[in-house]
Design a protein around this ligand. Sequence first.
Ligand code: C2E
Ligand code: CA
Ligand code: CA
Ligand code: CA
Length: 281
Amino acid sequence: AKAKGKACHEIFAPTMHLSALKELHLESDLRQAIQRKELVVYYQPIFRLDTQQIIGAEALVRWHPPGKSLIPPNDFIPIAEETGLIIDIDRWVLQCACQQLHQWQKEFKDLAPHFISVNLSPKQFSDPYLTNTITEIISATELPKEYLKLEITETVFLKNSNTVLEILSQLQQLNIQICLDDFGTGYSSLSYLHRFPLNSLKIDRSFVSHLGQTTKNDAIVRIVGSLANELELELIAEGIEESYQIEALNHLGYQWGQGYYFSPPIDDQAFSLLLKKNRIY
Ligand code: C2E
Ligand code: CA
Ligand code: CA
Ligand code: CA
C-alpha cells in the first residue's frame, strides 16, 4: 500500500505543482487586474418576445488585459470565488450596471432598458451585511431600486438557507427584484419556489436549445411556463439562437428572452448605439 501511495504521489506531483503554480499566477494577475481596472462590463439586451423590443439588460463581466483578447468569466470566476476576490468583482459590476442603467434612462427615456440584471455569486451570501452593501451601492448611483434584478442560482439555497431567506426578504422589502437563474439545472426543487421570495425565473439555455427536438424537453419548457404564470413569476428564456424558438416560447407564455439571435453581450457603447438605432426607426 505504501509503494502504491508513493507511485501515485510521483505521478500526480508534477501536474499538481503546475496547476497550483498556474492558479497562483492567475490569482495575483486577477488581483492586479482589479486594481488596474482591466475588468469590463458587457451588457446583453433582454427582449420582449411579442414585440421584440428591448425590455432589460444583463450585466456580464469580462477581463481585458492590455494588448490581449477578452477573457470570458468562466475562465476567472471560479478562481475569484475560491479566493474571495468575487466579492469585490460583483460589487464593482453592480455599481457599473446601476450607473449605466441610470444614464441610459436619462438619455433614452422609455426606449432604455427597464431593468438591469446583475449576477450574484453564492459566496456573497456569507456576508451578513450584504443588504447594506447593496443598498449603499444603489443609493450612490441614484437608480430607483425596483430597476435592479439580482440573479442567483439554486446553489445558494443549499447552505445557510435561513440566512439566505433573511437576506432575500430584506432585499425584496427594498423593492429589489430576485431572479432565479439557470432554472431547471442543478438541484431544482419546487419547494424553493414558495419558501424563498422570488420575482422571476430564467429557464436554462439547455432547454431552449433543445426546443422542438424531443417531446420531453418541450413538455418541461411548457410546464415551467405555466408554473411561472400560475405563481405570477416573470419568465425569461436565455440562449435564444433561432427565430423558431421565439415563436415557440412566445406561444408557451414566455414574456422575455435573450440570446445570440437578438444580440450577444456587447460593451456599453455598442449598447448605446443599439438604443440610438431604435430611437430613429
Ligand atoms: P449566466 O449568468 O448563465 O450568463 C449567460 C451566459 O450565456 C453568458 O456567458 C452569455 O454570454 C451566454 N449567452 C448569451 N446568449 C447566448 C446564446 O444565445 N447562446 C449561448 N450558447 N450562450 C449565450 P458569459 O458572459 O461567458 O458568462 C458566463 C457565466 O459567468 C454567467 O452565466 C455567470 O454565471 C458568470 N458571470 C458573468 N458575469 C458575472 C458577474 O459579474 N458576477 C458573477 N458572480 N458571475 C458572473
Ligand atoms: Ca445570469
Ligand atoms: Ca443563466
Ligand atoms: Ca450559468
